[in-house]
Each structure stands twice: as structure tokens, then as C-alpha cells.
Design a protein around this ligand. Structure first.
Ligand code: ADP
Length: 684
């Protein structure tokens, strides 16, 4: 009963918590990959944002360089001035000049024009003469700036209200705007001069208050809730949303776009109605699972664009090709500008990335077709449309992206696999040690319990065993006293029975005393002893008692010399213990034989009986202290479980041993082996 409850306690306190811990650890190992991917995405997102910022800033520098190289004095010969401008910088492909009212002054439309100029006029003529609008890209956060700021301040008011009432505000709200990011995330490089000035002013005074434009961009970037609502509103208002050219792989892209928040249906709708200018492009350039761009399409006439500043860059899609038009208003109201040379421009933008390759990632800029501006090394066979993280650069470089790829795409899962393998192994080791250690503790506790139980039984058994010979002795003393005129032979018999019982009593007390001594503490008085002689004496001392109880007792001496070196008293104790067992564990067939035999090295005293026998599994256990094959009092045989323990201890102290074996025809043989004395050894 007690041991069963111990088992329950062990299961509840050790096994169950260990299993729970193991399951928890293994589950967390499973999430390792997602966690590592998230960490990597966050790191690369910062790099990509920085790269996008650099590329945007480079557009500003290109504008500055073009302006610096262009000097059109009023009334000058613009044909010559423009061609000088073209030859001064590789950025100018086809220069143009417009009158203040958008008349095309240059390039000439007559026969003086070369093929390049004719192509230019064909593609841009109606736009430059302000007769056709062009598609311009506008940051959706800027377009819906007012709505975003209104929502943000509403959210802040809501968040502040409970605090005013002494309640704690929720930690984050859907639309809450936390600290502004280090970089102007997703902020497109302003492409007109006043815009750039405003932006730099805003940055200079950033410690005080960021510009409304920047606040809206930040709020949009940080809140998926705002993103959802803004995209929905844009759809309702019929804005043309545009799909991105890439499909980033990292799961956590909340900062990079609103892909998670935009309903899938909305995405499909938008994909179904592409911007007219992008129709051809979309077919070839957009991956199956589309990303919404952060930039909405609007149509603008050149006059509308030019009214917002003094100079700028107008990206225009001509079919699938993206061309960049630079313009600058001159003091006399004319507008000079050029189509920018694509390769020089791409070279300038690509040049902002100093480190495109590292063992961890490849960083690059993608153009409107999702092709890298400069192919980084180790790029063979890479799907450029599937970056790990990417970010749109801005309005001035529509559909261009800064993108990062994992150098070894499987490295995260390999790393995660190996670290979860380590966790698995550790969990297994822990589990095995907890279970193994626990089981060992449990079994030793069980062992202790069993021993305690055996000791308790031992005390009861000892008292019984002591009582039995005492009762016999006092019975014979009584008989001798009362019946004074007993025949001599009867008297002899009673006295020898009394001697035998006294011997049993002595043996019992010796056993208990021996056992209570520490191991090996017994002192032996070693002498040269003839094992046959000692055995014969013991057999004879027990003969009367055993025969009076119906036993037949035989003794067979060794044919050869049976000298051993032994303590005769200890040897007697061994034989008495064995004879006593043979007597106790015999039932119907009461037949005991003691034989002495010689092997080259030892003298073997065998005590054989026809008793109940010892099951095979118990043949070694019977030598353990307190061990009894049947320890119940109801077995009818009293014992302490010490007789064989002590007998074996004595035999081993003498350099020999005791073993037992089943006897042919039923019963048990106990063999006491003692090292025989060499022939030449002088008896002491
Ligand atoms: P006990 O005082 O119980 O006899 P022992 O150490 O002498 O203690 O013996 C241990 C157990 O071995 C006994 O309880 C009994 O079950 C078994 N045993 C010993 N001798 C014999 C035998 N001759 N025949 C059958 N069983 C025996």
C-alpha cells in the first residue's frame, strides 16, 4: 500500500513534470525556425530600408548634378547650350527645351532631328507639350495623410483618456504610433527641390516635430490597422493600386508592406484592373501572389507637376520601359530638361550599395522589371522576384525595390534544425537522467522499505525461534525432575535432547550476534581442522534430536584427507545452520545426508535433504540477509533469514563459499567448499 502511493508520488512529482517540460522544450524547438527567420527578417529589413534611403538620396544628387551642369542664359542659343550640356555629363540622353507655355522649342521636329530625337518626341511629345497626362506614383500614406493623422490623433486621445481617469491605458492599440523609426521608413526621396528642402528642414528640426508628411508615413508603416483602412479607402475612391514586382519570403513583413492586412479579395480585384500604363508590364512582371505597392497611381499633366517646384524628375512608363525625365524651370520661365541616359542613371543608383554580398545575405536594388541593377556575385540561378525581405524605394523610382536575399536560403532551416536537434538531445538526456535517477531512487527506497519490513518480521521470528528450544529444554527439565526413577536410557535421551536444543539456542544467539557485528569484524581462531571430524561431531550431536523427530540421518566420510584451515566453532555454526534448515524445510520425506568429498583444491561438505526445495529464482537470494522464500508466519516454519547469510559469510571468510542446487529426486543440496590444505602443509 505504502509502496503504491510512493509510486503515485513519483509519477506526479517527477515523471509528469518531466514529460511536460520535455513537451514544452520540444514545442519551443519547433518554433526555433520561425523565431530565427523573424530575427533575420528584422535585421535585413533595417539594411534594406537603409539601402532604399541611399538610393532615394542618390536620385536627389543626380538632380543636383544635372542642375549644376545646366546653365541656360536668357535668349541664348539653346540648341548649342543643350548639346554642350549633353556632352558635359553622361546622364543626359536627349535634352529638351520648352517655352513657358509648354511649346517644344527643342528638339526640333523637322528634318534637323536625328532618330533619337524623333523617338523622344514620339514618346514624350504630347506630355511635354502639356496635352496628355502621365502616370505618377504617389505614396499612399502621403495621399491619405490627413486621414491617417486624424486617425492617429483619435487613437492617441482614446489611449490618453483612461489615463486621465486614473486607469491604465492599453499597452498598444492597433493604430498606436510608437517612437518614430530611425530612418524615414519608406519615405520616397522627394524629387522636387522644394520638397527636398522641406524634408531636410523637417529632419533638421526633427527633435521638435517631424513633418506631417513624415508622421503619416511613419504611422502607416507601423500600423497594419491603418494600412488596411487606407488601402480600403483607396479602393473605394477608385485609386489605382499597383502590385509589387517582388514577393518577399520572410513571414513577418508588417513593416515592409500591408500584405497581411489587405484582404486577399482586394488584392485579386486590384490585380484584375491594372493601371493602363502598366498593362503590358503586369502581365510579365508580376508574380502570382501579388503584393500591394505602397504607391498609388495618379495622372498629372506636366503643368501640374511643374507647378509644385522649380525642378524635378518625372519617371514615365513607355510601354514596359521606364524612362526618367529631368526638368528645371529657368529664370525666364522656359523649362529645360532631358531624358536621362538609362545606363548612366542605373550605374549611379547601383553605386550606392557598397557591400552587396556577405556570407549571410545578398543585397541589391531591383528595377521596375524585378531585375537587379548590378548582378551581385554568387547569384546564379537566383529568383530575384523572391527576396527574403524587400522595400519599395519611393515615388521617384517607381516599382524599384531594395531587396535582400539569403546567401544560403536553407541556412536558417539548417541552423534551426541543428539547434532543435541539440534541444531534442538535451531533452532526451534530461528525461533519461530524470527517469533513470528517479527509478534508482525509487528502487532504493523500495529496497529500504523491504528491509525495514524484513527487520520487523525478523524480530517476531527471533522471539519465536528462541522460545521453541527454551520450551523444549524446560519441558525436559520438568520431566527429569518429576520422574526421578526414569530408566537410564530415557534420561540419556532427555539430556542429549536438552543438549541439542541448547546447541540450537546457542546457534541462534550466535547468528544474531554475528549478524549484529559489522562485516568482517568477527575474529576467527584458525586452526588445522579435519572437516570430516568436525562434521561427524555435529551430525552426532544432532542425531538423537533429529531421529526422535523421524529423520534418518546419514554421514559419509571422505576417502581422502580432508584437512582445512578453519575456526572449528565457525565451521560448526555453518553446519548447524545447514542441518537446522534441512530439518525445518523437510515435510514428508525426512532424510538428511551429510557427505564429505575432495576435489584437488577443496574439501566439499554437502548437506542434502528431501525437503521442499528452493525455486531457481531464489537460489541466490536465499543468501541475502533476512531473505526468506516464504516469510509469512502462516508458512509454519520459523526463521530469521540470517542462517544462510552468516553461513556464507563464514565460508567466504575462510576463502571458500556456499552454493545450493536442487537434489535429484527432490530436495536441496547445500555445498560448503573450503580450500583444502596442501599435503605438505604442517598441521598447526
Ligand atoms: P531461515 O531462518 O529463514 O531458515 P536462512 O537464511 O537459513 O533463514 O534461509 C533462508 C531461506 O532459504 C529460508 O527461509 C528458506 O526459505 C530457504 N531455505 C534454506 N534452506 C532450505 C532448505 N534446505 N530447503 C528449502 N528451503 C530452504
Amino acid at each position: 500500500m505504502r509502496s503504491r502511493s510512493l509510486g503515485f508520488i513519483f509519477i506526479a512529482a517527477v515523471i509528469v513534470p518531466s514529460i511536460l517540460l520535455a513537451v514544452l522544450s520540444i514545442r519551443s524547438a519547433g518554433r526555433e525556425e520561425a523565431w530565427m527567420e523573424k530575427q533575420m527578417a528584422a535585421t535585413l529589413d533595417a539594411e534594406v530600408t537603409h539601402a532604399a534611403g541611399l538610393a532615394g538620396a542618390e536620385v536627389g544628387r543626380v538632380i543636383d548634378d544635372l542642375r549644376a551642369a545646366l546653365d541656360v542664359p536668357p535668349g541664348g542659343d539653346y540648341g548649342r547650350i543643350l548639346s554642350r550640356w549633353k556632352s558635359s555629363t553622361a546622364l543626359v540622353a536627349v535634352p529638351f527645351m520648352l517655352s513657358p507655355r509648354y511649346g517644344i522649342l527643342w528638339p526640333p521636329s523637322d528634318t534637323r532631328a536625328d532618330d533619337e530625337q524623333r523617338r523622344f518626341l514620339r514618346e514624350n511629345g504630347t506630355f511635354l507639350s502639356d496635352r496628355a497626362a502621365t502616370t505618377v506614383f504617389q505614396n499612399i500614406a502621403v495621399r491619405y495623410q490627413d486621414e491617417i493623422l486624424a486617425e492617429t490623433s483619435r487613437a492617441q486621445n482614446i489611449a490618453a483618456a483612461p489615463q486621465a481617469q486614473g486607469e491604465s491605458a492599453p499597452a498598444t492599440t492597433d493604430t498606436e504610433v510608437t517612437a518614430p523609426p530611425a530612418q524615414a521608413e519608406s519615405a520616397p526621396a522627394p524629387s522636387t527641390v522644394p520638397e527636398r528642402r522641406a524634408a531636410s528642414e523637417a529632419q533638421a528640426g526633427a527633435a521638435g516635430a517631424p513633418s506631417a508628411r513624415q508622421m503619416a508615413i511613419d504611422a502607416f508603416a507601423q500600423s497594419p490597422g491603418i494600412q488596411t483602412r487606407v488601402y480600403e479607402e483607396a479602393r473605394e475612391k477608385g485609386d489605382q493600386l499597383n502590385a509589387r514586382v517582388v514577393e518577399p519570403m520572410a513571414k513577418d513583413r508588417s513593416a515592409a508592406g500591408a500584405d497581411k492586412s489587405l484582404p486577399a479579395a482586394a488584392l485579386r480585384d486590384e490585380a484584375a484592373k491594372p493601371a493602363p500604363a502598366l498593362k503590358a508590364l503586369k502581365k510579365s512582371a508580376v508574380p502570382a501572389k501579388e503584393q500591394p505597392s505602397q504607391f498609388v497611381l495618379t495622372s498629372r499633366l506636366l503643368s501640374q507637376i511643374a507647378s509644385q517646384g522649380d525642378s524635378g524628375l518625372i519617371p514615365r512608363f513607355i510601354g514596359e520601359k521606364l524612362v526618367f525625365l529631368f526638368w528645371e524651370r529657368q529664370k525666364d520661365g522656359r523649362i529645360a530638361g532631358c531624358e536621362i541616359a538609362a545606363s548612366a542613371f542605373r550605374g549611379r543608383i547601383a553605386g550606392v550599395l557598397t557591400s552587396t554580398w556577405s556570407p549571410v545575405r545578398i543585397l541589391t536594388l531591383l528595377d521596375e522589371n524585378g531585375e537587379p541593377l548590378a548582378t551581385p556575385p554568387d547569384a546564379a540561378g537566383r529568383d530575384w522576384r523572391r527576396p527574403f525581405v524587400s522595400r519599395e524605394i519611393g515615388e521617384s523610382l517607381p516599382r524599384w525595390e531594395a531587396a535582400a536575399y539569403l546567401t544560403r536560403p536553407d541556412s536558417i532551416s539548417a541552423q534551426a534544425r541543428s539547434s532543435s536537434l541539440v534541444i531534442w538531445i538535451m531533452v532526451m538526456i534530461l528525461f533519461v537522467s530524470v527517469a533513470g535517477g528517479g527509478t534508482m531512487v525509487l528502487s532504493s527506497v523500495y529496497g529500504e522499505l523491504r528491509l525495514a519490513q524484513q527487520k520487523a518480521t525478523f524480530v517476531t521470528n527471533v522471539s519465536h525461534e528462541l522460545k521453541t528450544p527454551l520450551t523444549s529444554i524446560s519441558l525436559f527439565v520438568d520431566l527429569l525432575r518429576r520422574k526421578g526413577s526414569l530408566p537410564r536410557s530415557k534420561k540419556e535421551q532427555y539430556l542429549s535432547l536438552m543438549a541439542s536444543e541448547t546447541e540450537r539456542l546457542t546457534r541462534l544467539i550466535n547468528n544474531v550476534l554475528d549478524f549484529s557485528r559489522d562485516n568482517g569484524a568477527r575474529r576467527y581462531t584458525m586452526r588445522t581442522v579435519d572437516a570430516s571430524l568436525v562434521s561427524g561431531q555435529i551430525v552426532e550431536s544432532q542425531r538423537v534430536r533429529l531421529e526422535s523427530r523421524g529423520f534418518s540421518l546419514s554421514f559419509e566420510r571422505a576417502a581422502l584427507d580432508s584437512l582445512v584451515r578453519a575456526d572449528p566453532e565457525a565451521l560448526k555454526q555453518v553446519l548447524l545452520n545447514l542441518l537446522s534448515n534441512a530439518e525445518k524445510y523437510s515435510t514428508e520425506k525426512k532424510e538428511i545426508a551429510v557427505t564429505i568429498a575432495r576435489t584437488p583444491a577443496s574439501v566439499v561438505i554437502t548437506v542434502r535433504d528431501r525437503g521442499i526445495g528452493i525455486p531457481e529464482k531464489d537460489r541466490e537470494r536465499v543468501f541475502r540477509e533476512f531473505y526468506r522464500v516464504d516469510d509469512s508466519l502462516s508458512s509454519g516454519v520459523q526463521g530469521t533469514g540470517l542462517g544462510l547469510t552468516i553461513a556464507r559469510r563464514i565460508a567466504r571468510d575462510h576463502g571458500g563459499d556456499i552454493t545450493c542446487a536442487p537434489r535429484d529426486g527432490g530436495g536441496t543440496d547445500f555445498m560448503v567448499c573450503l580450500p583444502a590444505m596442501d599435503e605438505g602443509e604442517a598441521p598447526a
